[in-house]
Structure formats: structure tokens, C-alpha cells
Design a protein around this ligand. Structure first.
Ligand code: SF4
Length: 219
């Protein structure tokens, strides 16, 4: 049974998928809204829902003025519209109460751990949403664990198979160096989508086949 360290896996992934450079996606507040919309749906649907929201109401201020029902109507394509609209209203209200505006760019000045804690304290923001915002809007060295990162990390033996996805965030950060977290996040998602699929992983096509403890190919 093989094993592979994250750093070694990263080198394999880089050869296979090419170098990944960090690119800012949205402003911090938009990234937060987008990520809440992306919970339990595809990137395509959350992007559509986010665009609907912005087209209809313009800015976080505009969204905050709407009723839960009006927000839900715009985001239905992302699923769970009634739940996510309540979540968005609450998050916006709490940010306004604490910050006095809808600008959360101050998070870049308070350190990664404090920024993580602050975001996670908002109702409806869990470890994954917080990590995605800090990683994609600020370029902070935070490991965001989505369904692919969670599954592939377990198969590679980097985290215990019974660990919760919430705990997996801290666990993976303890074994992946800060400068490698963004790249590995992207690589694990790519690898999970293309090769290490949830049902029927394509081990015969996998570059890690000889080192993976879960490989279905026995030599
Ligand atoms: S060898 Fe199979 S289980 Fe292991 S990472 Fe590759 S596809 Fe996934």
C-alpha cells in the first residue's frame, strides 16, 4: 500500500494539470454572497444565481433592502432559495451591524486566523465558506474543503476516513504548507472531477496510482 505526501502529489499534479496561478475572483463581499449561493449546487448554477441577484438589485446595499421573498425569487436556480435568501439577509444585516457598511475588506488587516474566526461567527458561514472567501478574494493561505477535496484527501490517506468535513479544514492545514494550499485546493478539485470520481474512480488513468493507499489497481 503506497502513501504520498501532499508536496509530492502537488508536483505530480503540476506536471499533469499545469501550474496554477492565484487569480482574484470577486470583491470580498461579492465572493461571500457567491459562496453562500454555491452551497449544495454547481458552480454554473451559483454563478447564474449571483448574476441574477446583481442584475436585479445591483449592490449588497440593494440586496439588503429586499424582502427574503424577492431575494429567493432571484436565486432559485441555485436551489434552496428559501434557505439561502434568509441566510443572505441575516449575513448582510450582521455585517452592517458590526462594520457599519457592507465592506469586509478590513479582513485583510486582522490576520488569517482572526479573519477566519470573524467570518465563521456569521450565522450561515461555515469553515468552507469562510475559507473560500479568504482564499479567493484575499489570497490568504487557507485550505477550502469542498466535496472533491474532502473525498480525494481521504482516499490519499491525508485525513481520516471518518473525519467531518468541518474538521477536515484544520486537519489539512496542519499537513499542507501555507504556500501550497491554494494550488492543492485547485488540483484536488480538478483531479476529483476528472479522475478520482465519487463513483468509479479511474485509478487506471491516475498519475498517483502507485502511491495511493486507495488505488483499485493492485500491482
Ligand atoms: S489511485 Fe484511484 S483512488 Fe487513488 S487518487 Fe487515483 S483515482 Fe483516486
Amino acid at each position: 500500500m503506497g502513501t504520498i505526501h501532499p508536496l509530492e502529489a502537488q508536483a505530480y499534479f503540476e506536471r499533469k494539470y499545469g501550474f496554477v496561478e492565484w487569480v482574484k475572483r470577486y470583491s470580498p463581499m461579492d465572493e461571500l454572497l457567491f459562496t453562500v449561493l454555491s452551497q449544495n449546487t454547481t458552480d454554473l448554477n451559483s454563478a447564474k444565481a449571483f448574476q441574477n441577484l446583481i442584475n436585479a438589485f445591483g449592490t449588497p446595499e440593494g440586496i439588503a433592502r429586499q424582502s427574503v421573498q424577492s431575494i429567493a425569487n432571484q436565486i432559485r436556480v441555485a436551489g434552496l432559495g428559501n434557505i439561502k435568501s434568509v441566510r443572505i439577509k441575516k449575513i448582510l444585516a450582521e455585517i452592517k451591524r458590526q462594520v457599519g457598511s457592507y465592506d469586509i475588506s478590513f479582513l485583510s488587516d486582522i490576520g488569517t486566523e482572526n479573519a477566519k474566526k470573524w467570518l465563521r461567527s456569521l450565522d450561515g458561514v461555515g469553515p468552507k465558506t469562510a475559507a473560500v472567501v479568504l482564499c479567493f478574494a484575499f489570497g490568504m493561505p487557507v485550505m477550502a474543503v469542498d466535496t472533491h477535496v474532502y473525498r480525494v484527501s481521504k482516499r490519499l490517506g491525508w485525513i481520516d476516513s471518518k473525519i467531518s468535513v468541518e474538521k477536515a479544514h484544520d486537519e489539512l492545514e496542519s499537513i499542507i504548507a501555507p504556500e501550497n494550499r491554494y494550488q492543492l485546493h485547485v488540483y484536488l478539485i480538478t483531479h476529483g472531477r476528472k479522475i478520482c470520481k465519487a463513483i468509479k474512480p479511474k485509478c487506471e488513468e491516475c498519475i498517483l496510482v502507485k502511491k495511493c493507499p486507495s488505488s483499485l489497481i493492485r500491482s
